[in-house]
Design a protein around this ligand. Structure first.
Ligand SMILES: C[S@@+](CC[C@H](N)C(=O)[O-])C[C@H]1O[C@@H](n2cnc3c(N)ncnc32)[C@H](O)[C@@H]1O
Length: 284
């Protein structure tokens, strides 16, 4: 199956419309390698046929297959370490102190906004269980979302291979929060129950969720256009509680996006500069 320059052009536009991921002409190899199987399994003889089917037929399953194939779900437990340290030693203790004086002293809301196969929200849930021994007596919720249905399905299963576990899982936490299965490891219910998984496209209007005390939106906006990135971070600011914080990926910066960087040890986290009187989330 041959990929023509015209195929690259129209498929890139389709991918941008489906999930906001920007692919330029240099990404032809990516389209070819990731979408060939999708084309074959949907009986398309050419990439152009695949494009027309996905664009003009009412075929949600095919569009979902394209998104599953084109998204990069690379992730690992406790990715980059320092965001989880800053959560454990600074952000969450500060929030707990602040909430102690509020009408909901035991309520904390988190959002893992591109959770991939679940390692990020599970790392957060384990951090919370380690920090707050009576966590079950708290009203703590982690909302974990991703555009890829395949990634969300794996995240929800909470089942990981030995290879996935070796990437970042700490031995003492593995023993405490996972059970051994024939082909890998399963997250225990006491970790899983802190998390609500659902499919969500960050470019579409947010459903009625939040406001959040902490949003992790890491290593996803790097795939979007500068304009879409800016718009996303503006909308995320609306989803934060007045003292809520946002964490982004190690290679990302929110300079000129209306956020104030805050530093603790080696980590940077962000708060919106200008607070609107009423956040979007609070309107729900
Ligand atoms: C590289 S992973 C990052 C996972 C995790 N946040 C981390 O840092 O390890 C990027 C994730 O973003 C998701 N993604 C891409 N476009 C998206 C969109 N428009 N809305 C929601 N999620 C998206 C992908 O499916 C993928 O799972």
């Amino acid at each position: 199956m041959h990929l023509t320059p015209e195929d690259i052009k129209v498929i890139s536009r389709l991918v941008d419309d489906l999930c906001g991921i920007v692919l330029d002409e240099s990404k032809g190899y990516l389209i070819e390698s990731r979408l060939r199987k999708v084309a074959e399994s949907s009986q398309c003889k050419t990439f152009s046929e695949l494009y027309y089917k996905a664009r003009y037929e009412n075929n949600a399953a095919l569009r979902s297959d394209i998104v599953n194939a084109i998204t990069t779900n690379e992730t690992l437990f406790f990715r980059d370490t320092s965001p989880f340290d800053v959560l454990q030693f600074k952000v969450i203790p500060d929030l707990i102190d602040a909430r102690a004086k509020s009408p909901n002293p035991r309520r904390l809301e988190f959002w893992s906004a591109a959770c991939s196969t679940g390692q990020e929200p599970y790392s957060l849930a384990m951090t919370l269980r380690e920090m707050i021994p009576d966590v079950d007596a708290w009203n703590i919720r982690i909302t974990a979302t991703d555009i890829s249905e395949a990634a969300v399905a794996q995240a929800r299963r909470g089942a990981y291979s030995d290879f996935e576990i070796q990437r970042g899982m700490k031995k003492e936490l593995l023993e405490k929060y996972f059970t051994r299965e024939a082909d890998g490891w399963s997250v225990t219910e006491k970790v899983r129950k802190l998390i609500d998984f659902r499919r969500l496209n960050l470019h579409e209007p947010f459903p009625c969720i939040g406001p959040f005390d902490v949003i992790l939106c890491r290593n996803v906006a790097i795939y979007f256009s500068a304009e879409a990135r800016k718009k996303l971070f503006e909308r995320l600011a609306q989803m934060l509680a007045p003292d809520g914080v946002l964490l982004v990926g190690a290679s990302e910066s929110l300079t000129d996006m209306g956020y104030e960087p805050l530093h603790h040890c080696r980590a940077v986290y962000y708060q919106p500069r200008k607070r609107t009187l009423q956040s979007t989330a609070a309107l729900c």
